[in-house]
Every structure is written in structure tokens, then in C-alpha cells.
Design a protein around this ligand. Structure first.
Ligand SMILES: [Zn+2]
Length: 329
């Protein structure tokens, strides 16, 4: 073998080695896990007890749906003809929140609207469409500021807040252009200086570690001091202090708060052949002036897409839709 070829072989072996050995991009597995999970924050007067904002609901006529709902239904094997779409108007927001559910979802519209209404408006205003679909257990994921809820997540405020936090990470606390704060060196260093993370899931990705700390921060702002918890959270003080400072004005419920921004509406699309055959899609008004998200650096964009895929995979595992895959370093 020529020296040149053997060099090439070595280089390609080296590359293979490093791709295979790549670890998930998140906190070190050797860090302590402060809690088993964060569901307990919901219970015993916890996050589930937050009062939800009053709202009214108006259901769309059969035939058309927002593009985002149509796409979510496609991801979840729900026939778009089976989608129910609701305009939900919360009393603290002048813009409509659209929530869609597949008819076989275990959550009724008021279950979903209650949970979303428990999120303070300054945080709620950063999420866009919400979809609810059938699954054996509760789980959820977010992508492009849309939240997909799987199974029955009624009374699981921590799950909703976690998903909303992914939008806050990209839009409300850092550059405001979709780039995630959780991907910064500052956050990684902050976590690295502590000795624990909230729970095992916080280790799966940097964005999940930030979102789990955000759930603890929501408890701190609206239920009781996080520092007074049994056993304390001293081992993650740096993370808590940072996220509390970032989210105080966003995730704290204040009676007088009102929304001050919203996402542009998706185009309205036809449910499909049955709706067309019933003449429900003729003259369909299609919104064409949809504001696109600003283009991001390709590396940043790749990180966000990896995050979104990871969330969907994890949610599917948690909700019992697919068998969990064991990660091997
Ligand atoms: Zn997440």
C-alpha cells in the first residue's frame, strides 16, 4: 500500500472512530441527579394548582385546518379529516391560540386549554400551535415552537412548562432569533461548575438541562421557594440562579400581564379528498404572507434540528409509542 493510501485509510479510520465515539451533547453523565423526575412538582398544591387563565373556545368548521396541525397529524398517523381545530382566546391575550386534537386523543379540548392557560402569558406567547394525539402515556415534544402532546397529559403542568421552555430558550432569553441559549459556552460552563443536574433527563441534551431547570424556576416563581425544598438544590445553584434571573419576568404569573407578541398564522389548508368532495375547499383563503424564521448559521440550525428530533424520539419512548433504545457510550 502506498504511504498516501495508508494515510487516507488512517484518516478515515480516525473519522469513523470519532463519529462512533461521539457522546450526546449534554451534561456529563457523572453528574449527580438531584431528583428522579420532576412530576412531583405538579402535585400537592404544586404546578397543577396554578389557576389557569379564563378562555373561550370556538371550533373550526370541518374542511380546513392550519398547516401546522396538518403536518403534526401527518407525523402522528392521524387522518387530517379527524382533526378538530379550536381557536382558544385567553382573557389575557389579544391573539388567538390554535389548539388541534385528533378525535381519538384522550385529552378533551378543555383539558388542553386549561394546561396551556396555566403557563403565564409572557411565556405562553412564545409557543405557536398545539396538537394533541393518542398514545398510551403522557409525553410531549416541541419543534418550531409547536407543541405536540402525546397521550393524556391533563394535570401535568410540568410537561407543558418544559415544552414551552424550549421556545423560551430559543427566543425569549438570548439573541431572540431562534439560537438557543442552552447551546452557549456560558450555559455549559455554568452546568459544569455545579455538581448536579435536575434529573436523568436533564443529561440527555443541553437544551433539556435548561428546560428542566426552567420547570424548577416556574415552581420557584409561582408555588414556593426552590431553596426551601427538602434537601435543597445547592448542588445546582449556578444553574438555578442563572435561569431564575433569565425567566423571572417571563414565567412568573402576574395578574396585570398581557401578551405583547405572537407568531404569524400558518396558511389554512384543506383536510383532504373528503373535504374537497364535499366542496369545502373551494375558494379556500390561503394566507401567503407567512413570515419565515430568520436564517441561522447552518451549524446552529443543525443543532436545533438534532434537538427537535431527539425530543420527538424521547417523547415517543416515554409515551409508549416505540421501545426505548438504550444509549451506549
Ligand atoms: Zn424537552
Amino acid at each position: 500500500m502506498s504511504p498516501f493510501l495508508s494515510d487516507l485509510l488512517l484518516i478515515s479510520l480516525a473519522l469513523t472512530c470519532c463519529v462512533l465515539a461521539d457522546l450526546p451533547d449534554g451534561p456529563s453523565d457523572s453528574m449527580d441527579e438531584r431528583f428522579d423526575n420532576l412530576h412531583w412538582l405538579d402535585l400537592n398544591g404544586g404546578l397543577n394548582n396554578l389557576s389557569y387563565q379564563a378562555y373561550t373556545v370556538a371550533q373550526w368548521a370541518f374542511g380546513t385546518v392550519p398547516q401546522a396541525c396538518f403536518d403534526m397529524a401527518g407525523d402522528r398517523q392521524c387522518d387530517p379529516h379527524e382533526l378538530e381545530v379550536f381557536d382558544v382566546n385567553y382573557s389575557d391575550a389579544k391573539y388567538t391560540k390554535v389548539i388541534c386534537r385528533c378525535t381519538d386523543s384522550p385529552m378533551q379540548i378543555w383539558d388542553i386549554a386549561d394546561d396551556i392557560g396555566r403557563v403565564p402569558v409572557k411565556a405562553r406567547q412564545w409557543i405557536n400551535y398545539v396538537g394533541s394525539f393518542n398514545a398510551p402515556d403522557c409525553s410531549a415534544y416541541s419543534g418550531a415552537n409547536h407543541i405536540t402532546i402525546l397521550g393524556n397529559c391533563a394535570e401535568r403542568a410540568s410537561v407543558t412548562i418544559h415544552e414551552v421552555a424550549h421556545s423560551l430558550d430559543g427566543w425569549a432569553v438570548y439573541k431572540g432569533n431562534g439560537a438557543q441559549y442552552s447551546a452557549t459556552r456560558e450555559w455549559k460552563r455554568t452546568v459544569g461548575k455545579d455538581t448536579c443536574v435536575p434529573d436523568n433527563y436533564a443529561k440527555s441534551r443541553w437544551s433539556e438541562s435548561w428546560a428542566q431547570v426552567a420547570v424548577l424556576a416556574a415552581y420557584h416563581f409561582n408555588v414556593g421557594s426552590i431553596w426551601d425544598l427538602d434537601g435543597g438544590v445547592e448542588c445546582m445553584r449556578g444553574q438555578m440562579e442563572k435561569v431564575i434571573q433569565q425567566l423571572e419576568g417571563v414565567l412568573t404569573f402576574r395578574e396585570a400581564d398581557r401578551c405583547d407578541r405572537h407568531w404569524p398564522e400558518d396558511p389554512t389548508v384543506c383536510m383532504g379528498d373528503r373535504a374537497i368532495s364535499e366542496g369545502l375547499c373551494e375558494g379556500l383563503e390561503v394566507i401567503t404572507t407567512v413570515e419565515r424564521y430568520p436564517a441561522l448559521d447552518p451549524e446552529v440550525q443543525r443543532g436545533i434540528e438534532e434537538d427537535e428530533n431527539s425530543r420527538m424520539r424521547h417523547a415517543e419512548e416515554e409515551s409508549g409509542l416505540v421501545v426505548a433504545r438504550k444509549f451506549k457510550a
